[in-house]
Design a protein around this ligand. Structure first.
Ligand code: SF4
Ligand code: SF4
Length: 260
């Protein structure tokens, strides 16, 4: 079997196994893959160090021929509508917290699945990111070296495009989808990075001034982190906000096309 045939056969086996895992968990989802070196080259320097560390002695061979798989699981309907619900006037923080619980539930599902895929294909699981440490750091810059960007993996795998809100926008699930990744050595087919389709849409910018004025702020991600800390003070259990996700899913120019 040549390299191309092997990659096709492995990709089919990978997708079949992913579907089995989705069925076991009663979830929907999407999967893709890209080159290890493609991801490495696009990470921040501090995240490059992290990827090198988790790859250990396999690093050089992975740079040559390795891949990273991206798996995505969408939120269950109607949890996105629980974000910043103002039907009673002020935001309903108790309802918002139900979205936070769903965020954590998907985190656990993704981690189970990435460990299972890594075990089956002799890979290295990269767990889903968890926002719980946002409150334990002094600046968002302290957070970046702790993680490897699943968004970089997902966008290069062709799972979605990078939106104006900096999230990966899936054709069906919008950005109401969370990711984890798995490093593998076997040959698999790689997806193609998508061009942004945001165009003249401004729904996420309309929903969040930090996104709207990101060019003028010293670092809009730090402003975002501080707002999330404010939400935690209101009783939200996890370090999340989600208004820019709801805006994309419910108010963007693609809202009629998205479904969870
Ligand atoms: S998570 Fe909230 S604060 Fe952060 S960018 Fe999105 S809408 Fe703005
Ligand atoms: S809300 Fe519109 S501009 Fe923002 S990420 Fe979604 S599609 Fe792009």
């Amino acid at each position: 079997m040549n390299q191309q045939d092997m990659a096709e056969a492995n990709t089919l086996e990978l997708k079949t196994y992913f579907q089995e895992l989705l069925d076991e968990e009663s979830e929907h989802g999407d999967i893709g893959a890209t080159g290890f070196k493609v991801v490495y080259d696009q990470l921040m320097d501090s995240q490059k160090d992290k990827l090198r560390e988790v790859s250990g002695e396999k690093f050089d061979s992975l740079c040559e021929s390795g891949s990273i798989i991206s798996i995505g699981i969408p939120y269950k309907d109607p949890t996105i509508d629980y974000i910043n619900d103002k039907q009673k006037g002020d935001p309903d923080y108790q309802l918002w917290n139900e979205y936070a619980k769903e965020y954590h539930r998907i985190y656990q599902v993704l981690n189970r699945m990435s460990v299972a895929i890594a075990s089956r294909f002799n890979g290295i699981p990269l767990k889903s990111t968890i926002g719980g440490i946002i409150g334990e750091i002094d600046h968002v810059h302290d957070y970046f070296p702790m993680v490897i960007s699943h968004r970089v993996v997902a966008e290069n795998s062709g799972i979605g495009w990078r939106g104006k809100n900096q999230l990966v926008i899936h054709e069906k699930f919008s950005c109401a989808i969370r990711f984890s990744s798995v490093i593998i050595s076997i040959p698999v087919m790689h997806g193609e990075k998508m061009e942004s389709k945001c165009g003249d849409c401004t729904a996420c910018e309309d929903a969040c001034g930090f996104i709207r004025f990101r060019e003028k702020l010293p670092d809009y991600r730090e402003s975002c982190r501080r707002y999330i800390l404010f939400l935690k003070s209101k009783g939200i259990e996890k370090s999340i906000c989600g208004k820019c996700i709801k805006a994309c899913y419910r108010s963007s120019k693609f809202r009629m096309r998205f479904s969870l």
